[in-house]
Design a protein around this ligand. Structure first.
Ligand code: SF4
Ligand code: SF4
Length: 409
């Protein structure tokens, strides 16, 4: 189920679209189908691939952002600036996503449409494949992330961001693979982050690359255009016309790059959207070829891992950081500094019992000697967050690569 094209998304950039409104049924109550948190185009393709809904990341409460400081507290530490939230990011938008924004006549999409038009009209980092972050933006972004100031640098705020409380994404229905799959918190901790950032995001990024190039070919771009197109993600220190025309004004090269579509950039992007709109997932797979098939397999496998409630047969304690400690318990962080867990003191003191013996043996021992019931739900949570890990694995829980979003998808 996807968000109606007529309905403005009322809540945050990564969160869930509203439940479907059903007409009253005199006899039977239909189950409420949770809509996907992905943009409609991607949601339909992922429904086809996975044949089951992706998880709802309900801990990332975007309309009432969970990462903002408490009342009276200053912005700092791990909290985000209320005027930016996690949108200190400028999305690279594939040509068909640009087109989808341009052709969306919904009044609620006006800000998104106008800001995308402004990016096109600036002719900075605007190519037949993408509109991309200019080099100076990338440089500031790198400085901000290196200094752990991501989520707080106001000058980095996305131009598509909508001011005010609640829903903040002006291009929600056409946001890119990075914006659609980044969550500050995951219901299933590292398992959730693995699904989104190792499975769905790379898959959709691959889709964006394949389809944007396919559109260029379908729309009969000149050979010169093809020769001039660069991979979308180039290091910030390589200024070129794709990623920072303001560093080197080069109208001749811009004209060569656009060829027969010069001056008709908006029309070109709209045609890309039209082409891609007609594709079913099997068409996308055929266009994306072997790399996309491999990505799809990884995404499916991680989805299956995410749906499994299985607890490993043998567990040991994984590495984690203690962010704070008090008489009642400790706040520990494992896979992401944005998603710490509060553990009661009694539980912290019991963790060392998990030393690689069979899990049931350890939980029975704890129940017998301490009178504490460590049930499957609690074990699952500790495993999901990497506080306990399978004793036969050498792989530590991921320290976050999700503390910021990768510019360039
Ligand atoms: S910081 Fe988290 S809760 Fe806030 S808008 Fe971003 S993903 Fe949503
Ligand atoms: S497109 Fe901009 S406003 Fe929307 S989620 Fe991405 S960063 Fe935030």
């Amino acid at each position: 189920m996807t968000t109606s094209a007529k309905q403005p998304p009322p809540i945050g950039p990564h969160s869930l679209a509203p439940p479907v409104s059903l007409s009253p049924m005199p006899r039977r109550r239909l189950p409420v189908v949770q809509p996907s948190s992905l943009p409609p185009l991607y949601a339909a393709w992922m429904d086809e691939l996975l044949a089951a809904p992706l998880p709802q990341e309900t801990e990332a409460t975007c309309d009432d952002c969970v990462m903002l400081p408490g009342p009276g507290e200053p912005v700092g530490g791990d909290s985000f600036d209320p005027s930016t939230k996690c949108c200190t990011y400028l999305p690279e938008l594939a040509n068909f996503l640009v087109g989808r924004v341009l052709v969306d006549r919904d009044p609620a999409a006006k800000h998104g449409r106008e800001t995308v038009e402004q990016r096109i009209d600036a002719k900075i980092a605007v190519t037949p494949l993408w509109i991309a972050p200019p080099a100076p933006y990338r440089a500031v972004y790198e400085i901000a992330t290196t200094n752990l100031e991501w989520g707080r640098v106001r000058s980095l705020r996305c131009p598509h961001y909508l001011e005010g409380q609640g829903f903040n994404c002006g291009i929600w229905k056409s946001r890119n693979s990075v914006c659609a799959t980044w969550f500050c918190k995951h219901v299933r901790g590292a398992v959730g982050m693995g699904l989104w950032l190792e499975g769905i995001q790379p898959l959709l990024a691959n889709v964006e690359r394949a389809l944007s190039l396919w559109c260029v070919l379908e729309l009969g771009c000149d050979d010169e255009t093809l020769r001039g197109l660069r991979p979308p993600s180039r290091p910030a220190h390589v200024p070129d016309i794709e990623h920072g025309a303001e560093l080197r004004t080069d109208p001749v090269r811009y004209a060569r790059l656009w060829g027969r579509w010069l001056g008709k950039e908006r029309e070109f992007y709209a045609k890309c959207a039209n082409l891609v709109d007609r594709l079913a997932w099997k068409d996308v797979l055929a266009i994306g070829g072997v790399e996309l098939r491999a990505r799809a397999r990884v995404a499916k496998e991680l989805f299956q891992v995410h749906t499994s409630p299985k607890v490993p047969h043998r567990l040991r304690v994984g590495p984690f950081e203690i962010a704070a400690m008090g008489e009642q318990g400790a706040r520990v962080s494992t896979y992401s500094k944005y998603d710490a867990l509060e553990l009661p003191t009694v539980l912290v003191s019991l963790l060392a019992r998990f030393d690689g013996r069979p899990t049931t043996e350890v939980t029975r021992e704890i129940a017998r000697t301490e009178g504490v019931d460590v049930d499957d739900g609690l074990l699952r949570k500790l495993v999901d967050f990497g506080i306990l890990v399978a004793s036969d694995t050498e792989r530590p829980p991921r320290s976050t690569s999700a503390s910021s979003r990768p510019l360039g998808g």
